[in-house]
Design a binder for this molecule. Structure first.
Ligand SMILES: Nc1ncnc2c1ncn2[C@@H]1O[C@H](COP(=O)(O)OP(=O)(O)OP(=O)(O)O)[C@@H](O)[C@H]1O
Length: 228
């Protein structure tokens, strides 16, 4: 099984004068972590949206867990995404009135696949992940998400992405609200958890101080011919 396989992906935002993405090939193996860097506006977030099926992609261009993302539509695509992909985006999409723990457990609510993979005690798994991310204090874990700091919300989003061992995690600048020490610890935990779970990690950022913590690093401008 390939967590991610991209071949001949071309994408243009509606109304744009030129293609945003022209990617020949990109794949990730199970448990592999890739750091993808490039300047603002070069198309990194667009690529993640295409992989997540948030924007329409041509059939055959992107496979996640061996499934053609462009061939799955509507509700089936939403179910496919929660079954196989964990996302840590710049906007965390936490449900504001749910506690940190309840937010972490959401993928297990929506996906039987993730619930089964979270083990016999998903609540215990959620607590363990939050504690690894330095959110073990019960008063923090039970707080509504909108009463957490942005850095704490980033870590809740990471625990939510990790729970139930998805095949792939997409992370878009997830350390922007953390200080230097917290950043390194966060990336260390994320890469370690992914390697142990066999989850492939695609992490995009322009902060190259994090690069050496990953198995592989790619300059987006080398990958994306439209930027040439
Ligand atoms: N929803 C959208 N509709 C139309 N064009 C968009 C949309 N989102 C992004 N774009 C355009 O696509 C190009 C790539 O943007 P994208 O957000 O993917 O870059 P990025 O590398 O992630 O940038 P950053 O590092 O600043 O987040 C930009 O020219 C941007 O204006």
């Amino acid at each position: 099984m390939h967590p991610l396989r991209i071949e001949r992906l071309v994408y243009r935002w509606p109304g744009a004068a030129r293609n945003t993405l022209e990617i020949g090939a990109l794949s990730l193996a199970s448990g592999e972590s890739l750091f993808l860097f490039g300047p603002s506006g070069c198309g990194k977030s667009t690529l993640l949206s295409a992989i997540a099926g948030v924007v329409e992609v041509p059939k055959g261009a992107i496979r996640v867990a061996d499934q053609d993302v462009g061939a799955v539509h509507g509700g089936a695509r939403d179910r496919f995404r929660v079954d196989h992909i964990g996302m840590i985006f710049q906007v965390f999409n936490l449900i504001p009135w749910l506690s940190a723990t309840e937010n972490v457990l959401l993928p297990c609510t929506y996906s039987r696949h993730r619930r089964v993979r979270a083990g016999d005690n998903p609540e215990g798994t959620a607590r363990r992940l939050l504690s690894e991310l330095d959110l073990s204090d019960p008063s923090l874990a039970s707080k509504p998400a909108n009463e957490l700091s942005v850095g704490q919300q980033q870590r809740v989003a990471a625990a939510r992405a990790l729970i139930g061992k998805p095949d792939l995690i997409l992370a878009d600048e997830p350390t922007s609200a953390l200080d230097e020490a917290a950043k390194a610890a966060f990336v260390d935990l994320l890469t370690r958890e992914c390697a142990e779970a066999g989850t492939a990690l695609l992490f995009v950022s322009h902060d190259r101080s994090l690069e050496r913590q990953f198995d592989r690093s790619v300059d987006f401008r080398d990958l994306n011919r439209s930027a040439a």
